[in-house]
Write a protein that binds this ligand. Structure first.
Ligand code: KIV
Ligand code: ZN
Length: 515
């Protein structure tokens, strides 16, 4: 690695996933991990193995599929945590144990209730224990940006002496100003005698909207790893957004002359996949991946853009994978045309997945004359649901201003055909009630119902997202169709299938197995 290479450490599946509204199931985490690996992320923090059985299993499964990236698992400074991480990542080709402890006066006194001397001992013990299990060990000073300089120097020196190969200084509560954060790295590089034996890392939260600015300031001050998440998801106001730090380096090499391995053309795909999995919408004016990030609405701007793109565009939409809504296929397109187009878009499907996609493409083309790239993304990303216990069959709706709104639905439940009819406050309510009559889930509460038009036009596909919560556990379902009500029924059924799956899998936490 040359001196100016930046390690991109993605923690979407750990710091991102642990924030409210962003939880993912195993299949979804695997899908994201696969994408991040393909995109060129160097280190994927896959979870916190001791936290729950689900986390452990996800880290274990992700460890088996990564082709290029190093897998990392988080652990507190205890042997039990570190052993759980080591076990979960053991089958990975490249693995890292990430262990942390708080070092600020406030955290040591109130959270840990530990004296600084004991914290130093815990750092030496935990890092050397981890180093006995793997060669790649990252140590983090939680609340590092609010830690006193003298003590931080002693902690970092101790961690490196015990074998840490990466030293991370998080701005855990998003409190730092860019100059102060940079000064911490300069100070550490000047004062810690063995500092050259480790890579320094930034990890910034966005409570004051400074996560990206602080991360870049840390890099200019000598850090060579950035910890970040797709769409900036994470605790509270989130973490530094991967797409923003990466595009800042790519767009401003004069100010940020550093390299990284990210294939930026995959950024939009990663952003969309994550927001569709979690139903965590991206704000329209979000940098790089927001719907308006490359839109030019005002007359003056449009005029400037026509004369020279550089007038109002500092990076091209193509460089982050935004393509124009090109008409791509239609009713008469055959298997070959679909296969070629999907390949161009980066989807290389096996035969049976392709057959299923082709069948659904034909159904869609019967209802919608023009098929755009966005339609194909929804078609492919929306699982076929073929193996799910509850299958949508048909829907008849009575709606409008006269008389009650009534839904009659037909489902297959474990192979048996079932029918229900319900009135409701509007057709969507009637559909959901009818589904509840067939598959009771009285304790579940609907938390979100969201409709998004995939393209323009009145024949556009509607993509519906629903989120339901039962006993503190949340699931997200999605459905798409040119008929918004059919899409709503499909989305709700998708969520109920996931709920049933979650009930089946709700096993005791890993902690209780280890004790
Ligand atoms: O924000 C933080 O301090 C963290 C550490 C556990 C790395 O996420
Ligand atoms: Zn964090």
């Amino acid at each position: 690695m040359t001196h100016n290479n930046i390690v991109i450490f993605d923690t979407t599946l750990r710091d991102g996933e642990q924030s409210p509204g962003c939880s993912m199931n195993l299949e979804e985490k695997l899908k994201m991990a696969h994408l991040l690996d393909e995109m060129g992320v160097d280190v994927i923090e896959a979870g916190f193995p001791i936290a729950s059985r689900g986390d452990y299993e996800a880290v274990e499964a992700i460890s088996k599929i990564l082709k290029n990236a190093t897998v990392a698992g988080l652990s507190r400074a205890t042997q039990k945590d570190i052993e759980a991480t080591a076990a979960a990542i053991q089958s990975a080709q490249k693995r890292r144990i990430h262990t942390f402890i708080s070092t600020s006066p406030l955290h040591m006194k109130y959270k840990l209730q530990m004296e600084p001397a004991r914290v130093l001992e815990a750092i030496a013990e935990s890092v050397s224990f981890a180093r006995g299990l793997t060669d790649d060990v990252e140590w983090s000073a939680e609340d590092g940006s609010r830690t006193e300089d003298d003590f931080l120097c002693r902690c970092v020196e101790t961690a490196i002496k015990a074998g840490a190969t990466t030293i991370n200084i998080p701005d855990t509560v998003g409190y730092a100003m860019p100059e102060d954060y940079a000064a911490k790295f300069i100070m550490l590089r000047e004062r810690v005698p063995n500092i050259d034996r480790a890579i320094l890392s930034v990890h910034c939260h966005n409570d004051l909207g400074l996560a990206v600015a602080n991360s870049l300031a840390g890099v200019r001050a000598g850090a060579r790893q950035i910890e970040c998440t797709i769409n900036g998801i994470g605790e509270r106001a989130g973490n530094a957004a991967l797409e923003e730090v990466v595009m800042a380096m790519r767009t401003r090499p004069d100010a940020m002359p550093y390299q990284n391995n990210i294939k930026t053309e995959m950024i939009m795909k990663a952003s969309r996949t994550l927001s569709s999995i979690t139903a965590f919408a991206v704000q329209p004016n979000k940098a790089i991946v927001g719907a308006n990030a490359f839109a030019h609405e005002s007359g003056i701007h449009q005029d400037g853009m026509l004369k020279h793109k550089g007038t109002y565009e500092i990076m091209t939409p193509e460089s982050v994978g935004v393509t124009e809504s090109n008409l791509v296929l239609g009713k008469h397109s055959g298997r070959n045309a679909l296969k070629t187009k999907l390949k161009e878009m980066g989807y290389d499907l096996d035969d049976s997945t392709f057959d299923d996609a082709f069948r659904r493409f034909k159904d869609l083309a019967d209802k919608k004359k023009e098929i755009f790239e966005e339609d194909l993304i929804v078609l492919i990303e929306g699982a076929s649901h073929a193996n799910e216990a509850i299958q949508f069959q048909s829907l008849v709706i009575q709606a409008g201003t006269k008389g009650p709104q009534i839904a009659s639905i037909e489902l297959m439940v474990d192979g048996d055909r079932k029918y229900a009819m319900s009135e409701g406050n509007g057709p969507v309510d009637a559909i959901f009630k009818a589904i509840r009559m067939i598959v009771p889930h009285d304790n579940a509460v609907l938390k979100l119902y969201q409709v998004h038009a995939v393209t323009g036009g009145t024949d556009a596909q509607a993509e519906v997202t629903v989120k339901i919560e039962e006993d503190g556990k949340t699931v997200v379902g999605q459905g798409s169709d040119t008929d918004t009500l059919v899409a709503s029924g499909r989305a709700y059924i998708h969520a109920v299938n996931k709920l049933l799956d979650k009930r089946k899998r709700s096993l005791p936490p890993l902690n209780s197995m280890l004790i």
